[in-house]
Design a protein around this ligand. Sequence first.
Ligand code: ATP
Length: 263
Amino acid sequence: MDSTLPPSPPAATEPALRLTGLVKRFGEKVAVDGIDLTVPAGSFYGLVGPNGAGKTTTLSMATGLLRPDGGSAVLHGVDVWTDPVTAKAMIGNLADGVRLFDRLTGEQLITYTGMMFGLPREEITARTADLLALMDLREAAGTPVVDYSAGMTKKVSLACALVHAPRILVLDEPFESVDPVSAANIEDVLRGYAGSGGTVIVSSHSMDLVQRMCDHVAVIAAGRVLAAGTVDEVRGGQTLQDRFVELVGGRHHSEGPQWLRLS
Ligand SMILES: Nc1ncnc2c1ncn2[C@@H]1O[C@H](COP(=O)(O)OP(=O)(O)OP(=O)(O)O)[C@@H](O)[C@H]1O
């Protein structure tokens, strides 16, 4: 290496995530059709779009779960698909539809996840206790995850995503099925995490939540980015909900079919 070369810029100046020309096809279906997205480090970034827009597919490619057919995903300067081990160590991932080791109890699952990331045992014990309390799962700590409700399963998955204090949290629908008190507690923690320099990327169908929590947002539909930027830039003076409907379309303005009218 040439010692006269200037040192690499500090990691903080790099975006947390840069997606370039990302493409994924399932047979004839183009699920992700050339997505470019830059997520600034330290941002709270919302990904919104109608059902089937390609959000989960995009996040799966960005986190090393699904190999892209084209394009690249780079996390803090590390290419996810050429150096997946380094990239994955930076990510806390709450993925949609990924099987858990659900014969383990909640406490065992969080502990096991901490061990996979190589944390010291005492640290894992302390963090697991904190996370069980945070997620209101203390009473269910010894229950196998297979017996958890949908919301409890979501919360234990979120605990597993947090246990190694990752640089980037990628959360696919984190509040789906989660009760309002737990959701408010989790929101506080995510705000604190982002406020301390962590990056949160969250997909959600709740425009209220995205407008309240996120500083940036991307609207995607049919595998393409329709708008991206700060939340204020994207909504342009409207509510995010109205702007979303304007961008994506699809409102029917109908009271439903005649046969569903009971009087
Ligand atoms: N494994 C797969 N095989 C075939 N098609 C798939 C597969 N995964 C996703 N798709 C298709 O790709 C498109 C994008 O799906 P994706 O799950 O990424 O959407 P999404 O934006 O996360 O939707 P939702 O909001 O409903 O969760 C959809 O048309 C879906 O049917």
